[in-house]
Every structure is written in C-alpha cells, then in structure tokens.
Ligand binder design. Structure first.
Ligand SMILES: Nc1ncnc2c1ncn2[C@@H]1O[C@H](COP(=O)(O)OP(=O)(O)OP(=O)(O)O)[C@@H](O)[C@H]1O
Length: 254
C-alpha cells in the first residue's frame, strides 16, 4: 500500500537504450507539498528519469503513478492535463509573441484541452486570462516586461517567464529541469527566493539541479542517481554525510 501523502510514485522503473541501462530499479516517492531534488553526476540518468515521468520516454519496464493514476502509456499533453507542468532546461516559448501572450497561451490550452493555432487570434479578447497572466507576471517579477517580445528576453528572464507559464496552469506537480542553469549568482538567488515563495503555497516540486547551493536551499528530500541507480535517498543532511554520494561525485565529473 502506498502512503497517502505520496503524490508521485516512480515504481520499479527501468530504461534501456540498446545495451545501456540508463535507469535501473528506480523507486522514487515524492510527497505532497515537498520539494524533491534529483541530483547526480553527468550522465547519471536524471533527464531520462524526468522524461519518463512526463511521458516523453516510455520506460522499458515499471510504471509512474500520479495521485493514483498510472501515467505510463499516456501522452505528454495528457500528463500535463492531469496537473503536471515542466520547466525546461531550454525554455520552449513563442519568440515572436509578447511575454504576456506567452503566459496566456498555456492557460487557454488548459481551458480548451489543447493548444490550437486560432488561439493566437483571440488573445486580445481573453480579458480574464489576461488579468491572470498579469498577476503571474507580477509574481515572478516580470510585469514591467509584459509587452516585450519573448525572444528578446535575457536567459534569466525567459526562465522567469516560463515559470509564470507553468504557474498559470495551477499544476499540482511542478518539474524543474535545472531552473538556474546559465544564470548569474544574483539571478540564481532571485530564482531560489521565487521557488521558496511557491513552496510556501504548498505546490509539490521535483527539481533536477547541478548547483548544490540551489539544491540545499530548496530541497526537503534528495535522491542521488549514479549510473542509472538511486544510490542514496533522504534529507539534505543525510545525503550530505553519505560516503556513497561523496564517492559518486568525486568519481564523476563534478
Ligand atoms: N535517447 C538516447 N539514446 C541513447 N542513449 C541515451 C539517450 N538519452 C540518454 N542516453 C544516455 O543515457 C545516460 C543517461 O543520460 P541522461 O541525459 O539521463 O543523464 P543526466 O543525468 O541527465 O546527465 P546530465 O547531467 O549530463 O544532463 C547517458 O549515458 C546518455 O548518454
């Protein structure tokens, strides 16, 4: 029996790419309202695991269960509709549209069941969703940039906009793939504060991150992947003191 506060359960997942066992025996339980970090050296399998969760990759065996619903076999947009949003390592945005319109599109897509091209024509008449998008942009500190073209934003601002694009969907689970990659220390700290603010609202988060400052600032629980296996699982203090983790990092690229 699964504990009732487990909202995401990756159960006995394996993923093979030909002869490569990229994920082996993965059992991961993410509790409601917590921030769960997945860390590990380069090539450990972190992105593969995230892609299995969001339905971009099918596991070779095992399954992913979200709030009692089996995700395995569903398409990424169906998984998104169940309340899982992902902030990508490389933001997926409409470069030629304004920041405000970019944030409105996921809300329209959620309301209508999927993205349709004719949504782009009706953006200006959607006053309710516009107001909500403005609210989200206030939240992420981007309201003054709402009329800028998304393609002209700095990398840090693109990521903030993308976070607003996720938040407007009111996901139950937010997946963050290296949310501070390529950011300056100042932008990284602003993002940490922003993510802490979201945490205080009770949203569950799974975060993949290389920057240990970010991981230890945010995570309630950490799972450490090395060569496709979870080698340690626990609170930040437990993981920090674990000799297997130190060995994996010393032996790896970090
Ligand atoms: N589509 C694929 N086909 C074949 N091998 C793949 C594929 N995707 C990933 N791999 C391999 O699977 C292993 C895990 O890769 P993955 O990208 O999940 O690691 P990661 O922990 O996210 O690494 P990084 O920190 O460098 O992003 C690597 O050896 C990688 O080369």
């Amino acid at each position: 029996m699964e504990k009732s506060n487990v909202v995401l359960h990756v159960a006995d997942v394996h993923k093979r790419f030909g002869g490569l066992h990229a994920l082996a025996d993965i059992d991961l339980q993410v509790e409601e309202g917590k921030t769960h970090a997945i860390i590990g050296p380069n090539g450990a399998g972190k992105s593969t695991l995230l892609n299995v969760i969001i339905g971009k990759l099918a596991p070779t065996s095992g399954q992913v269960v979200f709030d009692g619903t089996v995700l395995t076999g569903r398409k990424p947009y169906q998984i998104n509709q169940l309340g899982i949003a992902r902030v990508f390592q490389t933001p997926e945005i409409f470069a030629d549209l304004s920041v405000l319109h970019n944030v409105m599109i996921p809300a329209l897509a959620k309301r209508d069941g999927m993205f349709k091209l004719n949504m782009l024509r009706s953006l200006d008449s959607e006053t309710g969703i516009r107001a909500e998008a403005e609210h989200m942009l206030e939240d992420v500190g981007m309201i003054t940039r709402r009329e800028m073209l998304a393609g002209s934003l700095s990398r840090g601002d693109k990521r903030r906009m993308e976070l607003a694009m996720c938040l407007i969907q009111h996901p139950r689970l937010l997946l963050l793939d290296e949310p501070t990659a390529g950011m300056s220390r100042h932008d990284t700290n602003t993002t940490i504060e922003l993510l802490k603010k979201i945490k205080s609202r009770g949203m569950t988060k799974v975060i993949i991150e290389h920057d240990m400052h970010v991981v230890f600032s945010l995570a309630d629980k950490i799972s450490v992947l090395a060569q496709g296996r979870i080698i340690a699982d626990g609170s930040p203090d437990e993981v920090r003191g674990n000799p297997k983790v130190q060995e994996a990092y010393l032996g790896g690229a970090h």
